[in-house]
Design a protein around this ligand. Structure first.
Ligand SMILES: [Zn+2]
Length: 283
């Protein structure tokens, strides 16, 4: 289990599962040939044969007595007929691993979703006696209002994702709709990075002069720091997401700020360094 200390804040990664193979299903320009041209991505993010590894994980943030889960992965039993690998997935040790990391679901007081896509909201709920019930019954779920209103206005776009993983939490009265710059604790705040979805946010951590940022899907793969023009098939507005990505890199490059990727394979985090016209992640 990977863990980072940012001043007094502890951040722990709990993996739901990893996705080996090609990444062109999400980044069409990230062919093996194009990935192999980015030297620094090897060996961790791209293998010598041009195949890659992505990760679906939650990041647990402990700050000033608050116990925060950032993004809740895919979940079990979800009806995802268009995503065969994840459709009605069962088993896996995600909840057990969460408990092993010291995060019993009942003890979680805050759940943040960087955005409301399928792989960031799944464990918001679990199936119990045929009903979707909140996994974290004592947590306030903080969602950017613009993000929620977008998905709520057209809840069919993602199939059953909203009905299974978003609405039950809202109807249980566990959601606080917040602004894109919401301050969670003195050490943790949201940072607006729109484009992948209308209300996409990253999560900024600062404590005792140390800083980190959790990217969310501002980038799916570290190669996008070298190729910020690579858009994701899942982007709501690719040009806007690219602009957010470039501004993010300008903001944090060549500074002692740990960049923690939401879908980056181990080692998951590094420092952004300017590299010609673009950037690279220094591990
Ligand atoms: Zn994602």
């Amino acid at each position: 289990m990977q863990q980072w200390k940012i001043g007094d804040v502890t951040i722990t990664k709990v993996v739901e599962f990893e996705i080996p193979g090609k990444v062109t299903w999400i980044l069409p320009e990230a062919t093996s040939e194009n990935l192999l041209a980015i030297d620094w991505c090897r060996p961790h993010f791209v293998r010598d044969d041009g195949q890659s590894l992505m990760s679906v994980h939650a990041l647990l943030v402990e700050s000033q007595e608050r116990r925060i889960v950032v993004d809740t992965c895919i979940g079990n039993d979800k009806n995802l007929p268009h995503m065969r690998a994840w459709h009605r997935k069962t088993g896996g040790s995600f909840l057990e691993d969460l408990i092993r990391a010291g995060f019993r679901p009942e003890s979680v007081d805050t759940v943040l979703c960087t955005h409301l896509h399928v792989d960031h909201v799944g464990w918001n709920t679990r199936l119990q006696d045929g009903r979707w019930v909140p996994t974290f019954p004592n947590a306030r779920h903080l969602w950017n209002r613009a993000e929620y209103e977008y998905w709520e206005s057209d809840s069919e776009i993602q199939g059953d994702v909203v009905a299974e993983s978003v609405t039950p939490v809202f109807e249980a009265g566990l959601v606080d709709l917040v602004t894109e710059d919401h301050v969670v604790t003195d050490e943790v705040r949201l940072e607006s990075t729109p484009g992948h979805t209308p209300g996409h946010v990253s999560v900024h951590v600062s404590s005792r002069g140390e800083e980190a940022v959790i990217t969310g899907d501002l980038t799916h793969h570290p190669a996008q720091f070298a190729r910020p023009e690579w858009h994701s098939r899942a982007d709501w507005d690719g040009a806007m997401s690219e602009a957010s990505r470039r501004a993010f890199c300008e903001r944090y490059a060549d500074r002692p700020v740990l960049i923690i990727g939401t879908h980056f394979a181990t080692p998951t985090a590094g420092h952004l360094v300017r590299d010609g016209d673009a950037w690279r992640l220094d591990l």
